[in-house]
Design a protein around this ligand. Structure first.
Ligand code: ASP
Length: 428
């Protein structure tokens, strides 16, 4: 039997799930039996179980991979440089994303002729962490707690310090570095095992989402929805491709083709965090970035870099201001840009977190937070698309940093078959 790349199977499953969900949404939205036993039963259980399986990989994979990465670099100065470049580029791309989104939204002015704000769904924002706490809390007071909670910034901090200590320990540290290298290798195989269940998981995730999200929700919000999507496509396919071409001297076409499996996961889970294992696999094994760079920049990016989310925030700000007839000036726009960047640093890439960040932005510029209730209905679908853009940004910055550090293997990047995951029941 011919081996099929798992990505092709996942892509087919995604399409079938989308069709199945949309059919239910159109023809069976009122049928209790289907809603109870399928949408909220089977679809929900298998979809959520699959997302759990992905999340299960994140902490061990990031830990072992980052130990290998830091020890692979071996020089604290280089590590600092990689961190500095990645951090700077993440902030830069996010600022670029939201500035473009604000400009386009100001020109198109979505929401200016919106009928009534009375259709808003009630929205009570969860409290976002105060910014000072975000910085203090990068240092975990209890690393075990950080691992148990999956707090990515704290884990990154502890693992880097631990790996540096391993290097300093010399001979004593060597067996542990060896062990981490082996464990990292094993974890990559665990990723492969989970990926083999992805066609099933993705099918049910898509079916559930599209059974719940019909066109009916989008139509009244079409101006907002369309502007966000236009800006996301412009940034994801335009700006980021341009940066990749100019600074990493890589073909955006090959890049986007190879990113497909990571894109599918980001789209169907709406979580950059849950997608980390797949993004890491793609960036290292398909795009050719050395583990010493990617192990650091990918988990960091999943947490602090959210270009797509920033775009949604920019457009949402203009939309709500238009709906409520509130005039915003240059100071408010600059505040929005600053707040969106800062908010993305402190919040993890999980579904729906963009709305919590949006509440922070609204508070800062004096827009009514209840306005968020208006865009709540279409947020899940936009969340899926913006998460895809978020992880694209992580991968582009990783490639640019790797190019500068000479840790990018052009032969792997150019090889169409490099790192393709095939069915484990038909190993090579
Ligand atoms: N779901 C997004 C992510 O994980 C964050 C958001 O925009 O809500 O990257």
């Amino acid at each position: 039997m011919k081996k099929t790349a798992i990505t092709t199977k996942i892509l087919i499953a995604m399409g079938l799930g989308l069709i199945c969900g949309s059919l239910i949404n159109t023809f069976a939205a009122e049928i209790d039996f289907i809603q109870t036993y399928f949408v909220n039963g089977l679809f929900h259980i298998i979809g959520a179980a699959f997302v759990n399986a992905l999340k299960m990989l994140v902490v061990p994979l990031v830990t072992f991979s980052l130990i290998c990465g830091v020890c692979g670099i071996g020089d604290i100065k280089i590590l600092g440089r990689v961190g500095f470049k990645a951090f700077g580029l993440y902030l830069f791309t996010t600022a670029l994303a939201i500035s473009v989104a604000l400009t386009i939204a100001i020109i198109i002015a979505p929401g200016a002729d919106f009928e009534s704000a009375a259709t808003a769904i009630e929205f009570t924002p969860k409290a976002a962490p105060p910014l000072t706490d975000v910085f203090i809390n990068i240092i975990p007071s209890n690393p075990i707690n950080a691992f148990a909670e999956g707090n990515m910034l704290q884990i990154i901090f502890f693992v880097i310090v631990f790996a540096i200590a391993l290097l300093i320990s010399g001979e004593i540290g060597k067996p542990i570095i060896d062990l981490a290298t082996r464990l990292n290798e094993v974890m990559m195989h665990v990723v492969t095992i989970v990926m083999n269940f992805a066609p099933i998981g993705v099918f049910f995730l898509m079916a559930k989402t599209f059974a719940e999200q019909g066109l009916g929700l989008i139509l009244p919000m079409i101006s907002y929805f369309a502007v966000v999507v236009i800006c996301l496509l412009l940034h994801g396919l335009g700006t980021l491709s341009l940066l990749l071409k100019i600074f990493a001297r890589l073909s955006p076409i090959i890049f986007l083709g190879k990113m497909r499996s990571a894109h599918i996961f980001a789209f169907s889970t709406a979580s950059s965090n849950a997608t980390i294992p797949v993004t890491l696999q793609v960036v290292e094994q398909r795009l050719g970035v050395n583990n010493s760079t990617a192990a650091f920049t990918i988990p960091l990016g999943a947490t602090i870099n959210m270009d797509g989310t920033a775009i949604m925030q920019g457009v949402a700000t203009i939309f709500i201001a238009n709906v409520y007839g509130i005039d915003l000036g240059l100071v408010e726009y600059i505040t929005v840009i600053g707040m969106a960047i800062l908010a993305s640093i402190g919040t993890a890439g999980v579904p729906g977190v963009g709305l919590i960040m949006l509440a922070m932005v609204f508070n800062q510029v004096g827009l009514p937070v209840e306005g968020i209730g208006l865009i709540l209905g279409v947020d899940r679908l936009l969340d899926m698309i913006r998460t895809t853009v978020n992880i694209t940004g992580d991968a582009v910055v990783t490639c640019i940093v790797a190019r500068g550090e000479n840790t990018l293997d052009d032969a792997i990047f150019a090889d169409p078959n490099a790192g393709v995951i095939t069915d484990i029941t038909h190993p090579e």
